[in-house]
Design a protein around this ligand. Structure first.
Ligand SMILES: [Zn+2]
Length: 491
């Protein structure tokens, strides 16, 4: 059965159930919960965090006291970064995705026995940015944005092998060592002192020193990237996973998510819910900060500077001769891609990044995704906008992006969210609350709607109300992933 047929089928059931809902008590579980509140890293990675705190101690490297102290500082700040990211719930333990990535890692490790340490700490980062990172000490973090972006197991394996290589080659540790040495070197200190002593053109001279310093660092980094790429190819070949250098070229488009145009005008997505939308909202009336005229077409230069891993073309050129003669392509299971997208979407919403959240829903609609969960999130974004507006935080929650970084449609959506009259936003979310899709949702999702209504309607001068509603939600749905949102208001 295709998705579309399923949707038809489900729609019929819903219509019947809605008609008789006063007589029938039903618990329909058409949407599986994605993860639980306890799967967020503060709880699920607590053991990892504590062992990291205990075991990640800085080794003695330098005789020179000052240099060792600098090295220790960097080591500790790296540890603090990981520990605080875990405590901030930046990571999530989602069983299926975690299992899938771990299996690829294990294949790479097993096949390269001896070269790679068998003990790995995998962290799933909820970030939407297409990236993975190795922070040394056998830690590999994979962003959900990467899982959503990649199409095949082989593509993910290449990125994982690249990150493993950074760890094997101790790039992170060596970078800290080099930096500690440089910052405490006589040469560096003397040149800095010379600048500070000079009365004239202090700033220009200081700039020159720093430029020289960052230049050598970026050249060094490029070398490390290419070193990690070469080793990644070796690791893949040993594990009999095919390597396709063209994946590097594909990475070149990894920053373009919000530049993907929509299939319909922005207003149509609102109107499909039967709620009011005026197309005039998408055009700027006032000359605000973001109303400058930009050219939508020529953004090539700009895109290049935004890349998380630059030089994709060079990386392709350097490795293309190594491309496997026969290529296998194992698609990433749909359920994993869907989950990754949903977790990213929820995370964007929870971080009050409403434009990006809504835009992703529209992109999902363009893929004919028929899943009431996206309607639920569309509703949440609108009531969230209303809530922000009432709290004088509307501008923040839209998270305004420059015109040149996003598609025309994205910019129109952002403009509309800026300009929609408050009363219309209210009418929109109230209209959505009457739609039949709610019956396909789980009880914690329905209760989330009630929680939001309560938060919006609560007398804002009474500081006890919002914590009260939020605590109630947490008590009734202790495992729900939406508890994370309630938790923000609980105290
Ligand atoms: Zn790298």
């Amino acid at each position: 059965m295709t998705d579309r047929n399923q949707w038809k089928h489900r729609a019929t059931i819903i219509l019947i159930l809605v008609a008789f809902s006063s007589f029938i008590v039903f618990e329909q579980r058409s949407i599986d919960p994605i993860y639980t509140f306890q799967d967020l890293s503060k709880t699920s990675y607590a053991v990892k965090r504590d062992s990291l705190k205990k075991n990640w101690t800085c080794p003695k490297m330098f005789d020179k006291k000052e240099t060792q102290k600098k090295y220790q500082e960097m080591w500790d700040s790296r540890k603090d970064f990981v520990v605080s990211s875990i405590d901030d719930n930046d990571y999530v333990y989602e069983k299926e995705i975690y299992g899938y990535i771990s299996a690829i890692l294990n294949d790479l490790i097993k096949a390269n026995n001896g070269k790679v340490t068998p003990q790995y700490n995998l962290l799933l980062d909820r970030s939407s940015v297409v990236n993975a990172y190795a922070i040394g000490g056998n830690i590999i973090a994979v962003n959900l944005g990467l899982i959503e972006f990649a199409d095949s197991r082989e593509e993910l394996a290449l990125i994982l092998a690249h990150e493993l290589s950074h760890n094997i080659l101790e790039h992170s540790e060596n970078a800290m060592k080099d930096r500690a040495e440089l910052l405490t070197s006589d040469e560096y200190k003397n040149s800095l002192n010379a600048v500070l002593d000079s009365k004239y053109e202090r700033l220009t001279r200081l700039k020159k020193i720093l430029e020289g310093y960052t230049f050598s660092r970026s050249r060094h980094n490029r070398y490390k990237e290419s070193e990690a790429d070469s080793m990644a190819v070796v690791l893949l070949k040993k594990a009999k996973i095919s390597f396709d250098a063209r994946y590097f070229l594909k990475l070149d488009s990894s920053d373009l998510h919000y530049q993907t145009p929509l299939k319909q005008p922005v207003g149509e997505y609102f109107k499909s819910y039967g709620i009011k939308f005026e197309d005039a909202w998408t055009t700027k009336r006032t000359r605000g900060l973001s109303s400058r005229n930009y050219n939508f077409k020529d953004t090539t230069k700009l895109q290049d500077s935004l890349k998380t891993h630059p030089d994709c073309v060079q990386r392709y050129e350097k490795t293309k001769s190594q491309t496997s003669p026969t290529l296998t392509f194992t698609p990433i299971p749909k359920s994993i891609k869907n989950k990754a997208n949903k977790i990213i979407l929820w995370n964007l919403f929870n971080n009050q990044n409403l434009t990006a959240c809504m835009y992703r829903i529209m992109l999902a609609k363009d893929q004919n995704v028929a899943d009431s969960w996206y309607d639920f999130m569309f509703h949440n974004a609108i009531i969230g906008l209303y809530y922000s507006d009432k709290n004088l935080m509307r501008f923040n929650s839209i998270n305004v992006v420059q015109k040149e970084l996003v598609s025309k449609n994205y910019f129109e959506l952002q403009t509309a969210l800026e300009q929609m009259p408050t009363d219309d936003i209210k009418a929109e979310y109230l209209g959505m609350q009457k739609l039949p899709f709610w019956s396909a949702l789980n009880s914690d999702e329905k209760a989330f709607k009630e929680l939001f209504n309560n938060l919006v309607n609560a007398d804002f001068t009474d500081k006890t109300l919002r914590p009260k509603y939020s605590k109630e939600y947490l008590k009734n749905y202790p495992n729900s992933m939406y508890g994370e949102f309630a938790d923000q208001f609980a105290n």
